[in-house]
Design a binder for this molecule. Structure first.
Ligand code: SAH
Length: 414
């Protein structure tokens, strides 16, 4: 099956961008090819030469002046019509080729995490590991698979034996599949069993020598925010000697326990979800830290900040890692406004001489955009400098042309 691209889409594919949006497909008039559906029609695309493609079909990409641009998998449903897997003719795009790429991704992690007392990490970061759509996170003896888009679902049965073998050799016993965003069963569980013994709903993993509870069944992402691992270690180092630490949007308390272990006097964790605090407290205990010496507040972060300011509370270290404010390019102006409001409020409770760690996980917000929400006018003070701007760790690799993959910003102001 052949899919003809517009000049712009072809240039992106040449640079190594792994996505072809539907409007990147040339040929106008062919609604089926663009994946549009008539009422009652099953989702299907119809790449040229009269073939009909279903999700998961291998397609060959061509463009004006280029008979062969690469090969990818067709997605009949999502905005991304093709995810590009290769720009060479050989080898064929089959499960063997995918299994080889996965083995490469896993072998890299073997090296990266050797001797780091870390049992939870991303084994495959989809596009960034050149296996588009496939994310695999390891949580000790369990692995959780997440499929972005619909093109790899028809491949899963064929890939599973390869996965089971390669992961089994590394001590992973069970494999589960994370439901797409918003999907959950009647008990609120978002994890389906694929292979091996049943996956635990909750378990403790180790991260840079710290125990961390992960909720595989109901947690966010595939269970934890693995992308903040190195930043949690940074917070641990920054916390030494700090009397009062504030962790906003604390979720399962990863930054909180890091700060407590780093020597902070009293850590205040704020999250709107009380279940998150229960998990955080179990993590504190597992690390030998008494949660009673710290504070867990179930509240809206904006409300909390307003009240803390009114009370005159001040903190020596503040970590602020909210959920994504900009899920799309269109949401960007509003998101920047929200970050500004948040940072203004945070700066009011930051002690002179304190450290502010501000994070953003929206790929639509660039580092420069984000830094502009931390400028002097927003913070209403002129005593801080940007000490460092960090991003995501090596187990979340990207591609030079795939800017969307570089979503995490972690700015340290002091
Ligand atoms: N910093 C965390 C991840 C944060 S995820 C970590 O590294 O693990 C975002 C968290 O923000 C979720 O736990 C969610 O419950 C919480 N949240 C969302 N909106 C909120 C709000 N307005 N006020 C307080 N917490 C909020």
């Amino acid at each position: 099956m052949r899919v003809h691209l517009t000049t712009t889409a072809a240039a992106a594919v040449r640079r190594g961008h792994p996505w072809v949006y539907r409007d990147g497909i040339a040929g106008g008039g062919n609604a089926a090819q663009r994946g549009e559906r008539r009422r009652g029609e099953r989702a299907r695309g119809e790449p040229a030469r009269g073939g009909v493609a279903a999700s998961g079909d291998v397609v060959e990409l061509s463009a004006e002046g280029a008979a062969f641009l690469g090969r990818g998998l067709w997605d009949a449903e999502s905005a991304i019509a093709v995810r590009v897997f290769q720009r060479t003719q050989a080898p064929q795009l089959d499960e063997r080729a995918l299994a080889e790429r996965l083995e490469r991704a896993f072998a890299l992690r073997d090296g990266w995490f050797a001797g780091r007392d870390t049992t939870a990490y991303r084994l495959c970061n989809g596009e960034g590991d050149r296996v588009p759509s496939l994310v695999i996170d390891r949580y000790d003896r369990a692995a959780v698979v997440r499929l972005d888009g619909g093109m790899l679902a028809p491949w899963l049965d064929r890939l599973l034996p390869h996965l089971a073998r390669a992961l089994g050799a590394r001590g992973v016993r069970s494999i589960g599949l994370r439901a797409p965003a918003g999907g959950a069963d009647a008990e609120g569980k978002k994890l389906a069993h694929l292979h091996g013994p049943p996956l635990p709903d909750r378990l403790f993993v180790r991260e840079t020598g710290v125990a961390m509870e992960v909720d595989l069944a109901r947690g966010q992402k595939t269970g934890a925010f693995l992308d903040q691992r190195d930043n949690r270690a940074r917070v641990r180092a920054l916390a030494a000697g700090r009397r009062r630490v504030l962790n906003l949007f604390s979720y399962a308390g990863g930054f909180s326990v890091a700060a407590a272990l780093g020597g902070a006097g009293r850590v205040t964790s704020v999250d709107s979800a009380s279940a998150a605090h229960a998990s955080a407290q179990r993590t504190f205990r597992e690390n030998g830290v008494d949660p009673a010496a710290h504070e867990f507040v179930t509240a809206d972060a904006f409300d909390f900040l307003e009240k803390a300011h009114a009370r005159g509370d001040r903190y020596d270290l503040v970590i602020c890692d909210p959920p994504s404010f900009a899920p799309s390019e269109r949401a960007k102006p509003r998101a920047l406004g929200a970050y500004r409001r948040l940072h203004t409020a945070v700066a009011r409770v930051l002690e002179r001489g304190g450290v502010l760690c501000a994070a953003s996980c929206s790929s639509h917000i660039t580092a420069e955009d984000f830094l502009a929400t931390l400028d002097d006018a927003t913070l209403e003070r002129d005593d801080l400098r940007v000490r460092a701007v960090h991003g995501q760790p090596e187990d979340h690799p990207t591609l030079p042309a795939w800017w969307e993959g570089r979503y995490l910003k972690f700015v340290v102001l002091e």
